[in-house]
Design a binder for this molecule. Sequence first.
Ligand code: MLT
Ligand code: ZN
Length: 458
Amino acid sequence: MSLTKEALQALQKCVDPDQLINAHEELLCYSYDGTGREFLPEAVLLPVSNEEVSSIMKVASAYNIPVVPRGAGSGMTGGSLPVAGGLVLSLTRMNRIIEIDKDNQIAVVEPGVINQQLRQALHPLGLFYPPDPASLKFCTIGGNVAECAGGPSAVKYGVTRDYVLGLDAVLADGREISTGVRTAKGVVGYDLTRLLIGSEGTLAIITKIILRVIPRPTSRRTVLLLSDSIADATGLVARLLHIITPATLEYLDATALNIVADKIPFQLPTQTKAMLLLELDGSKEMVASQANQLNNFLEHENLLMVKSASTDEERDSLWQARRSVSPAAFALKPDKMGEDVVVPRSRIPKLVAYTEHLAKISTLPIFTFGHAGDGNIHVNIMLDRSKPEEVEQANDAKHKLFKQVIDLGGTISGEHGIGLTKKDYLAIELPPTSLNIQRQLKQLFDPQNILNPHKIFP
Ligand code: MLT
Ligand code: ZN
């Protein structure tokens, strides 16, 4: 326990009574995330302003209390779990869209704004914020920035970091900083904005985000490709990207398809082993021209079926199916190690073949899906954590997978971050000097190690 009576009294002075939670049953709501792991905080604070965050951090630093910032708790690697107890700083009440500057294509938001709400606010203005994590209906922009979230549209539009121009943040000792610019360019000093993006709440608490937004595409077409071979389907990804740049290029294996089959609006041939889900977007003319190029390319491919969604309902069902893969996986086993490895796109066939090998030598269900256009494949190792032999098998498969990914020239995380679940594997990817410099940065920002402790570093 790090929260003394005296510290609690000091925190009570920072916020109104309804902004501080310490009843056990309410704390439970802030004790879990998308990993299924649970750690109970000692108190939850719900600040509504930069000033409140700053005064809370001053108290936390004076009393040496761990603080874990939290958005919607949808993270996949334990970034928002209070593993050392202490405080959870829920930023959900800082949920204002402060400004949309249409002329300059900029949106300024607080961290608790829901990704989908920002999209809805931009839509009537003809603008668009592309990063689209599967959880976009409930995840927050602050959480997206903290983890540098990606999503299906990253293949064309990039990830969260490609849209963040500047930030306001509160440091561990309560000091406030502003980073970056609100112009299209800016190279003054070190790029602290990029350093804070993806830092998983370990360096500062993000309290305001200046985003670049872009004109919204006016037309789109969703195309489904079905194959009886995982190798063929994943093998065409890198070649296809020489012909066109689709807005999405997603992949699902047979298990992923099976668990969401009830949401797919078409009857799939029984021999189906893999699906690619593409979306073309732009002006009507651009979409028609890309569709032609795609059809010409596919003429020489050996596919079971090529089908376009013919109505908005069909399109929505296909995306609903795709976005449901992760939660639907729990039909297979009660627990999941959901990895988000990335390899160079031409090596996806090697990666998926290796995961099939891992599945063969294990008794656990292991299946793959994900953002094939980025080489970012979600490898899901399903298990029951109450069975030690399954945990051992799953850990072994995960370790082998990560080593193979590095051998293929890849990275162990493309969009979920390191958090708690991957920190023991960091040294597989990062050389000691790089790891040391990163530790020194953490020390500089947070010398008492109170901001999201026990995350990222082994
Ligand atoms: C997805 O692409 O569906 C998400 O990243 C969630 C996941 O991998 O579990
Ligand atoms: Zn994903």
